[in-house]
Design a protein around this ligand. Structure first.
Ligand code: DC
Length: 231
């Protein structure tokens, strides 16, 4: 059986996970947040006191890790590191930068590639990340490059952190967003970029509902689905 796949790539804070999760629910696809997988590697390095940019030490660590993904009764993706559910731990703000550094390493990207491809071989998926349309699933049925201006993304991230009860300053969040963009777009291996055959969705002036409707229309156009996700 051939499963369908939607690749959603774009910079951090563009709303990928919120929108992809909702779109997956609407269409009955499995939502795969690939950033969570990189965050799990980042967390592992952090806990072991390994510099996430240190290719040699991180590569040595990888075979010692057991990383898996599971879906709870809530239908949400949970990440496990050596059997421990780290779904919440990987969302700490400092893990964002650590994950971005570890994600620049070719060994980390190779290590996680098969896990992502295997999931797409077994399910209809909406996979979000940075290199899904360009590297992980180059044959994806629909590729969306989801972006927004850095200021808009920083403001969303800032509100998200406050809502989670975490301390944050807008100026610093913006700096972190710009720094992560620079690293994610500038790295040698699988840099963040729009695939040639990806459609652009710029959500700068759009609220969440408008952004969702934009993506839903793109999926309906591609798969010929009716209002309720039926073909
Ligand atoms: O989407 P996120 O912020 O949870 O991702 C965390 C980091 O992982 C991000 O800085 C870039 C990296 N990443 C990546 O390089 N490739 C992916 N497919 C997903 C995430």
């Amino acid at each position: 059986m051939n499963y369908r796949s939607i690749a959603i790539d774009g910079p951090s804070g563009a709303g990928k996970s919120t929108l992809a999760k909702r779109l997956a629910q609407e269409l009955g696809f499995l939502y795969v947040d690939t950033g969570a997988i990189y965050r799990t590697v980042g967390l592992a390095a952090c806990r072991r006191g390994i510099d996430p940019s240190d290719g040699e030490n991180v590569s040595e660590m990888l075979p010692e890790l057991t990383i898996s993904m599971g879906y709870g009764e809530d239908g949400l993706q949970h990440m496990f590191l050596d059997g421990e559910d780290v779904t919440t731990a990987i969302r700490e703000n400092e893990i964002s930068a650590v994950a971005s550094k570890a994600a620049s390493l070719p060994s980390v990207r190779d290590y996680l590639m098969e896990m992502q491809r295997q999931t797409a071989r077994e399910h209809d998926v909406i996979m979000d990340g940075r290199d899904i349309g360009t590297v992980v699933l180059p044959q994806a049925d629909l590729k969306i490059y989801l972006t927004a201006a850095p200021e808009a993304r920083a403001e969303r991230r800032y509100k998200e952190l406050l809502a989670r009860g975490q301390q944050a300053e807008l100026k610093q969040v913006l700096q972190e967003v710009i720094e992560r963009d620079r690293r994610d777009m500038g790295r040698k291996t699988a840099p963040l970029k729009q695939a040639k055959d990806a459609v652009l969705a710029d959500t700068t002036g759009l609220d969440l509902e408008e952004s969702f409707q934009l993506l839903l229309r793109m999926a309906q156009d591609r798969f010929g689905m009716g209002e309720c996700g039926n073909e």
